[in-house]
Design a binder for this molecule. Structure first.
Ligand code: C5P
Length: 298
């Protein structure tokens, strides 16, 4: 047991997001290649009389502080399993874009779970932590493990995959997009068509393992991109601005509206980020590298 525990947790980008037809439970089967990137939130857990959540950072005002926050849900589920009261204060240092398609909410869920496990001295086995993560949301298991992984099922069944180092720029849009709304738009756009069973691309996995940015640029694919662009047409301008500035490839991150730009090196990242900031097509930018480690006790 300790007095306070801080966990650092990465954002993610999907380098492949193949989306299948809607399942009877409303979720979509995916072949989802996750990559953790070096853009982090931090969650600090401190003993308290009752469960409370605070948040700091430029977008803190957009983060729910009630029990709908996945960090609070994680503490509740873990406490219930251990027969404890969730007597903890969770403070989130928020740097990952909110409702941005980079799994920021999922990241905080995974981080809070690891932080409370350490704070309460539970030593919950890894498989059990992963099962709680899957209960919290489709992207939460990946936030816990990080690195690079293929996610199947609704994204929660993970197989680690090899990945070389890549450089990225992320452009943060004004406002968020609701993930369920983007999946609904996917359903609307694909209605009446045969949606293929999602499969991981061997060419993409080989490019990822090779560390060759040109090969990865040629294979990046996000099946949710048409739906995100349909709901937010202005993202096309952001994608074009990054490509014109020298990005090797541009795509919407997950369900958006954050856009991701694969670049050759750190120097190119700085140049593309500056051009995006000057373009007036986004609110702010972050540069990052991949892969990044998953949720880590500091
Ligand atoms: O799993 P999570 O709670 O993050 O999912 C949020 C929403 O995104 C779901 O309620 C569903 O509408 C949509 N979703 C989906 N298929 C997936 C993952 C998420 O339709 N594989």
């Amino acid at each position: 047991m300790s007095d306070t525990v801080t966990v650092r947790v990465p954002a993610k980008v999907n380098v492949q997001l193949a989306v299948g037809a809607a399942r009877p439970d409303g979720f979509h089967d995916l072949a989802n290649v996750f990559l953790a990137v070096s853009l982090y939130d931090e969650v600090t857990a401190t003993p308290a009389d009752e469960l409370t959540v605070t948040c700091a950072g430029p977008d803190a005002g957009k983060v729910p502080l009630d029990r709908t926050n996945l960090a609070a849900r994680a503490a509740e589920i873990l406490a219930e399993r251990a027969g404890l009261a969730p007597a903890v204060h969770l403070h989130i240092e928020k740097r990952i874009p909110v409702a941005g398609g980079m799994a920021g909410g999922s990241a905080d869920g995974a981080a809070a779970l690891l932080a409370c496990d350490a704070l309460w001295g539970l030593k919950t086995p890894a498989e059990e932590l992963l099962a709680i993560c899957a209960e919290l949301g489709s992207d939460v298991p990946f936030s816990l493990v990080g690195g690079a992984a293929l996610g199947t099922g609704r994204g929660e069944i993970l197989t680690p995959v090899p990945a070389g180092t890549f450089h990225w720029v992320f452009a943060v849009a004004d406002g968020g997009l609701s993930t369920p709304a983007v999946f609904r738009e996917f359903d609307r756009l694909t209605a009446g068509t045969e949606v293929p069973v999602p499969q991981a691309s061997p060419a993409l996995l080989a490019a990822l393992a090779s560390g060759d940015p040109d090969a990865l640029a040629a294979t990046l694919a996000n099946g949710l991109q048409p739906a995100a662009l349909s709901l937010r047409p202005s993202l096309a301008d952001t994608l074009a601005a990054g490509t014109e500035a020298g990005a090797l490839a541009a795509l919407v991150s997950g369900s958006g509206p954050t856009t991701a730009f694969l670049v050759r090196d750190a120097e190119s990242a700085t140049k593309v980020a500056a051009a995006l900031n000057a373009s007036g097509t986004c609110r702010s930018t972050h540069t990052a590298t991949s892969p990044a480690p998953g949720a880590t006790l500091l």
